[in-house]
Design a protein around this ligand. Structure first.
Ligand code: BG6
Length: 369
């Protein structure tokens, strides 16, 4: 069943190019327009949406956090991302013009289900992004957009995360198309970029041995920090979550811009810090800001492990280790940047002799509140 891999997690990491490709399959018509057949919500309702709230838990919530950057950019609709268990209990402002997007691999997470019910009672339409057919949350939603990642067995989510980002991006592009925020050729070109991602994800997986070797050499570390900015921020949060779940190491993700407002006090000699570096070709000089962060923490003794785009010579000068990923548009970089972090957590847990498929105290699907 593990297809020759040591663990389901390893297999599922290797499934990721397929998970993304299959989630993209069959979403355009002959004219190249994006069609989401399963999204049975009246177009007039979708045109009138003035706020999106993504509700989810754990890794699924981080996929929503990534999608927020893309959907706001493409559609100019404000997007909030809310942990499902917080959403319900804070009297959220939800009405008929709110689109709630519930993201869940299992489709059974009780916190997310309760939030879906609450949102619908307030008159919101709910689209769920779900991996498991026949599960409860899609049944209780107005519409469902399935991720086609295939069954995910390992407790720590990997391929479902990439498929969730992909599906949420499709939803964002569909709304942009419907509401006229983007020209058809812009949508087509963004879809082409997305369709190019499975090949690039495969490249990152093929470079995994260097990540594994690095993880094995660090099996005695007890605290790891992760920094990222823009879409790299939720990637940092996800990298930290993977390490907590699998290796039982205290790990924390921060927005890189927040460093000087507190977390830099944590840095001392030898402290491992992962940094997700934005593309040097991206907007707003984010790249140089993150490179400065690397210099700042290194000057204070940090051991810097950097995820950077092929050809980023600037980073090479300042990082202790670089995990290279292929070039991609900024908004798509998370689909690549998270992969070395998944492999790192898996390899480090394995080096510690832990069961990566079945971490202690965790369940694949939490069907109680
Ligand atoms: C946790 C799982 O309990 O639930 C995580 O261990 C997962 O991997 C989270 O991200 C949310 O689950 P789901 O099924 O709603 O995506």
């Amino acid at each position: 069943e593990k297809g020759g891999f040591d663990s389901f997690m390893d297999k599922e990491i290797h499934d990721q190019p397929h998970a993304v490709a299959d989630t993209l399959l069959g979403r355009t018509d002959a004219a190249g327009n994006l069609v989401l057949d399963d999204l049975r919500i009246d177009e007039s309702v979708l045109r009138a949406v003035n706020k999106i709230i993504v509700i989810a838990c754990g890794t699924a919530a981080y996929s929503g956090h990534v999608a927020k950057y893309a959907i706001e950019h493409w559609c100019r609709i404000p997007v909030e991302v809310e942990l499902a268990h917080e959403f319900r209990y804070r009297d959220p402002i939800v009405d008929e013009r709110t689109l709630v997007v519930a993201v869940t691999q299992s489709g059974e997470t009780m916190d997310t289900l309760m939030a879906v019910r609450h949102a619908r009672e307030q008159g919101a339409k709910v689209v769920s992004i779900v991996n498991t057919h026949g599960s409860t949350i899609p049944r209780e939603s107005d519409a469902v957009l399935y991720t086609h990642a295939g069954p995910e067995i390992a407790v720590a989510s990997t391929k479902a995360f990439l498929a969730q980002i992909t599906a949420a991006y499709l939803l964002g592009l569909y709304l942009a198309q419907l509401r006229g925020n983007k020209f058809p050729d812009e949508i087509a070109s963004l879809l082409d970029d997305l369709r190019d991602m499975p090949r690039k994800i495969q490249t990152v997986i093929e470079r995994g041995e260097y990540v594994r070797a690095t993880a094995r050499s660090m099996s005695d570390c007890d605290k790891v920090l992760f920094l990222g900015r823009h879409v790299g921020f939720p990637v940092a949060l996800e990298g930290a979550l993977k390490l907590k779940e699998l290796a039982y190491i205290h790990a924390e993700g921060f927005a890189a811009g927040e460093l000087k407002h507190g977390p830099i006090a944590l840095i001392d000699e030898g402290q491992p810090v992962f940094v997700v570096v934005p593309s040097p070709r991206g907007r707003d000089s984010l790249h140089s800001k993150v490179v400065s962060n690397i210099q700042e923490i290194r000057a204070r003794g940090a051991h810097t492990l950097v995820i950077a785009e092929d050809g980023d010579d600037e980073v090479r000068k300042y990082a202790d280790e670089v995990f290279w990923i292929p070039k991609a548009p900024t908004l798509l970089q998370p689909l690549l940047a998270v992969v070395p972090l998944q492999i790192f957590a898996m390899a480090l847990a394995t080096a510690k002799g832990l069961d990566v498929d079945q971490p202690r105290n965790l369940a694949k699907s939490v069907t109680v509140e």
